[in-house]
Write a protein that binds this ligand. Structure first.
Ligand SMILES: NC(=O)c1ccc[n+]([C@@H]2O[C@H](COP(=O)([O-])OP(=O)(O)OC[C@H]3O[C@@H](n4cnc5c(N)ncnc54)[C@H](OP(=O)(O)O)[C@@H]3O)[C@@H](O)[C@H]2O)c1
Length: 333
């Protein structure tokens, strides 16, 4: 099969840098790799292992001959650039939340709904990192029964807010009086129950994404999701406490067995996963699996995942791989 001309848009950011690493680690079949960012980064040199790459400013001309663009920029830029990428004929695999709920844009976790990539019209959306973690963590249960309802509390790393989030934690650890610029309160030695702005019902932007994305991925309009999203002073790797109510009763042993057959998932009951040990790995690690003693269909679990990898970059690269293997690049509009 022909190799691919790839571009990473947002190549200097937290997700973009991770994407470049993952493309190399997974030996993505690249003929060329363009590194695109803002005018401010044009000319910067990025380490590509055996060689280096020079960052270019994004422009329609920079898309010439590109087959696949991995996007890692904010929503407003993704919205502005998407029509240009579509017009160029390249497939846009986007990490922002700009297109996640658009009807004609597949929202994909390859282990769960890779086949949705087949009906793309030039854009495939990567789900929110906290959504990817929750859906992957539930995959063994979903093999056995329907999940009717889930209640999630997240413990999200500062890298979820990009390079600037990590810089702010670093700065405040060194000087706890340093004023917050990225987060609404000091994040060092603290936890903040707010990720994104609140709507009129008091739901944060991150909570709203989590509440709405799972239904599209699972094709289950009746799935009920409630969550509280919390920022914690961890550099990398999100964690979640998940409570689910299933349609039928399933045994913990059946879930443990099903977990063995779920790609990308690891069960760790010795004694449980923590974000530190899951950092820089692609696995979604679950543990603390237990019954709700007050409800026969209720289950609790805990999970961790490096959200810069499987929650963003790795998931996007897997989408690109599936599209390439199935001849689905260059569909455009
Ligand atoms: N961080 C996560 O864990 C995570 C997880 C899932 C999804 N996401 C989403 O992924 C996207 C990127 O997040 P991030 O955390 O990587 O952010 P980030 O570290 O702040 O990186 C932002 C990137 O956007 C580039 N950019 C800014 N202005 C630009 C312009 N005018 N033209 C082209 N590129 C421009 C920046 O380039 P310069 O360096 O030149 O400014 C940088 O490469 C966001 O939509 C975010 O919501 C993030």
């Amino acid at each position: 099969m022909e190799k691919v001309n790839v571009a990473v848009l947002g190549a200097t950011g937290a997700v973009g840098r991770t994407m470049i690493r993952i493309l190399q680690e997974r030996r993505f079949p690249m003929r060329s790799l363009k590194l695109l960012a803002s005018p401010h980064s044009a000319g910067k040199v990025i380490d590509l292992g055996a060689k280096t790459g020079i960052v270019e400013e994004f422009s329609p001309a920079a898309l010439k001959d590109v087959d696949l663009v991995f996007g890692a920029v904010e929503n407003d830029l993704a919205e502005e650039y998407a029509p240009l990428i579509q017009r160029s004929g390249a497939l846009f695999v986007d990490n922002s939340s700009a297109f996640r709920l658009e009807e004609d844009v597949p929202l994909v976790i390859p282990e769960i709904n890779a086949r949705d990539i087949r009906w793309h019209h030039g854009i495939v959306a990567n789900p929110n990192c906290a959504t990817i973690l929750a859906m992957m963590a539930l995959s063994p249960i979903l093999k056995l029964t329907r999940v009717k309802r889930m209640i999630v509390s997240t413990y999200q790393a500062v890298s979820g807010a990009g390079m600037k989030g990590m810089d702010e934690l670093e700065r405040q650890i060194r000087d706890p009086s340093a004023a917050p610029e990225v987060f609404p309160f000091p994040i060092a030695f603290n936890v903040i129950p707010q990720i994104g702005d609140f709507d009129e019902n008091g739901i944060s932007a991150e909570e709203w994404k989590m509440q709405n994305e799972g239904r599209r991925i699972l094709h289950d309009e009746a799935l009920q999701v409630s969550c509280t999203c919390v920022r914690v002073p961890v550099y990398r790797c999100h964690s979640e406490s998940i409570y689910v109510e299933t349609e039928t009763e399933v045994s913990l042993d059946a879930i443990r067995q099903a977990a063995e057959e779920c790609p990308g998932l690891v069960l760790n009951e010795a004694p449980y996963p923590t974000p530190k040990e899951c950092t820089d790995s692609d696995a979604v690690v679950i543990g603390r699996l237990r019954r709700d003693e007050a409800c026969p269909h209720g289950l609790h679990l805990w999970c961790c995942c490096d959200q810069l990898r499987k929650g963003a970059a790795t998931n996007a690269v897997q989408i690109g791989e599936w599209a390439w293997q199935n001849g689905l690049l260059k569909k455009g509009v």
